[in-house]
Design a protein around this ligand. Structure first.
Ligand code: NDP
Length: 523
């Protein structure tokens, strides 16, 4: 049998459903990174001078290009990530389009110069303003699981705010990376403003070594830690979007038909390879039996197959090692007393990376399934006495990305959401807030720091600047030299005038306080 020769400087694009190599893409030599970053900086210095309205206009061109290429883009996502085409359209393409649409209309509202009213008498003779400067060149390092949605929803606000971007997409999705760069070129963005670099971890590391002004990282906790260390050494600010272990709490009063469909979809969409997957499900005892029955019935109806098959609900995992990992997680849980209600096995008959959608009940915090990020098609359930126990267990995790609460009582849902340790909590829905452009996304603890999406995400792309304009430019400030007992008394009177409770006390000290203002500096 003839061996396939893989050129050393290329990345294979592999279909995870079959293991077939679809194409090869050129790797970016890490040694070229300083030059790429410097070209990006040159493009940024011109781009940032364009009025914001013009930059937003380009986003509309980008939106049109994404819409026109949606079939080609969806094909690439399906081929490289394995997900069903419907998921490529609803998640990857929708989020890219919506990000361009949203920021084209709303960036000006967030980035407009804002007045800062001053409360203190000492600052009344000044006008304050907040303005927003671009950060400069932003490095975006992305995961493979949403190979368009994640990079696009970060690159778009970055360039809107006047930055250049060098983005390292995942080595598993090189075609999607190449298509992103093509979209920005077709939409007429300046050359070098958005550059995709291709390769593995060494390319990501070289990008950080080239000293970008900020790093936006999406990926695992282990890599996130390395990225944070590399950034810290250079004092580069970072946003880290890391793993999740999202809890879903199903209260006894929930609509169990709806909640069970959500649990099934939230655990298996993208084959469970979602940072916002339902990874720990807590159901109140009173509803547990019926709820689990519904979940099992619905899971058994799901069709497993390659994303290219329009009838497939659940696609493959990204790598064969991940199939092995699912096996390990199931065995660990079962050996500690959990029960497999359905699924639980690889499907080698379908391809190297398929694993059955699986439900395991009786999972508890002693098991890996509740400790480590699963990132696969396993719905792990624990029955709890009541909402209080559910909340205590849900919050008992180093991860804190998102969560969901299911109840017919909206006020109860809101009250429990307030208690949840997470960056986002959905009441009666799961995962989908990622597609809401206004919703900030990000967590704390092992899930990382900073935000993408929403106003908070756009503000990560700028340097906030406070501008102070003095309204009395011909007057020296009272607190300037020379010091002496007169000024000390006046300063004391000023403090009492400013901070005494009653109006009488204020008036008593007003005259002496005013003296500070009209004092002769004697310099
Ligand atoms: P990885 O951490 O393996 O990789 C993320 C990115 O970092 C890839 O582009 C990777 O390159 C790159 N990388 C690897 N090593 C380094 C390094 N030393 N320096 C710089 N960059 C490096 O994550 P995955 O791609 O496997 O994504 C899955 C993880 O991402 C899951 O934990 C998931 O929860 C998380 N995630 C979080 C999201 C969030 O918003 N919070 C959203 C989506 C995913 P390469 O892989 O090409 O070698």
């Amino acid at each position: 049998m003839a061996a396939t020769v893989i050129p050393i400087d290329t990345l294979p694009s592999i279909n995870p459903a079959t293991g077939e190599v679809l194409a090869y893409f050129e790797k970016t030599p890490p040694g070229r990174m300083p030059e790429i970053v410097s070209h990006g900086r040159a493009a940024q210095s011109v781009w940032a001078k364009l009025p914001l309205g013009d930059r937003c206009g380009k986003l509309r061109d980008l939106r049109n290009c994404i819409l026109a290429s949606r079939n080609e883009l969806a094909d690439a996502v399906v081929r490289e990530s394995g997900k069903p085409r419907v998921e490529a359209l609803f998640a990857d393409i929708f989020v890219g389009l919506d990000s361009a649409e949203y920021w084209s209309r709303n960036a000006a509202g967030v980035l407009r110069t804002r007045p800062v009213p001053h409360h203190s008498t000492a600052a009344k003779a000044k006008r304050g303003y907040l303005t927003y400067d671009p950060v400069g060149l932003i490095a975006i390092i992305s995961s493979w699981n949403y190979p368009l949605a994640i990079p696009l929803s970060q690159i778009i606000p970055a360039v809107t705010a006047g930055n250049a971007v060098v983005c390292k997409t995942s080595e598993f999705t090189p075609q999607c990376g190449a298509l992103i760069e093509k979209l920005f070129i077709e939409a007429g963005f300046p050359k070098d403003l958005v550059k995709i670099v291709q390769g593995g971890g060494e390319v990501g590391q070289a990008l950080i070594d080239a000293s970008p002004d900020k790093v936006m990282f999406t990926g695992s906790v282990a890599t996130g830690r390395r990225v944070a260390e590399a950034c810290a050494k250079k004092l580069i600010p970072s946003v880290l979007e890391l793993g999740g272990k999202d809890a879903m709490i199903v209260l006894a009063d929930a609509d169990l038909e709806v909640a069970s469909s959500a649990a099934v979809w939230g655990s298996y969409t993208n084959c469970g390879q979602v940072c916002l997957s339902v990874e720990r499900l807590f159901v109140e005892q009173a509803a547990a039996e019926k709820f689990m029955e519904l979940c099992v019935t619905k899971t058994k109806k799901l069709r497993i197959g390659p994303g290219s098959d329009p009838a497939a609900d659940v696609g493959p995992l990204i790598l064969p090692q991940h199939v092995q990992r699912m096996n390990d997680l199931v065995h660990d849980a079962v050996s500690r007393g959990a029960r497999v209600l359905c699924g639980g096995k690889p499907r080698a008959d379908l391809g190297p990376n398929f694993f059955e959608p699986t439900i395991i009940a009786g999972v508890d915090s002693s098991m890996k399934l509740f400790q480590e990020e699963t990132f696969g098609p396993i719905l792990a359930i624990q029955v709890v006495r009541d909402a209080r126990e559910a909340m205590t267990r849900a919050n008992d995790s180093p991860f804190a990305l998102a969560a969901s609460i299911w109840t017919k009582n909206r006020n109860r849902g809101m009250a429990l959401a307030a208690e949840m340790r997470a960056g986002a909590v959905m009441v009666n829905d799961a995962v989908s807030y990622f597609g809401i452009a206004e919703a900030p996304h990000g967590g704390c603890g092992a899930s990382g720091w900073g935000r993408t999406h929403g106003e908070a995400g756009l503000l990560e792309m700028v340097q906030m600047k406070y501008i102070d304009v003095d309204l009395l430019p011909r007057r020296e400030k009272p607190w300037w030299y020379r010091y002496g007992s007169d000024l000390e008394h006046a300063a004391d009177a000023f403090l009492q005038f400013e901070f005494s409770g009653g109006i009488g006390a204020k008036l008593r000290h007003a005259r002496a306080a005013l003296k500070t203002f009209f004092r002769n500096h004697g310099l």
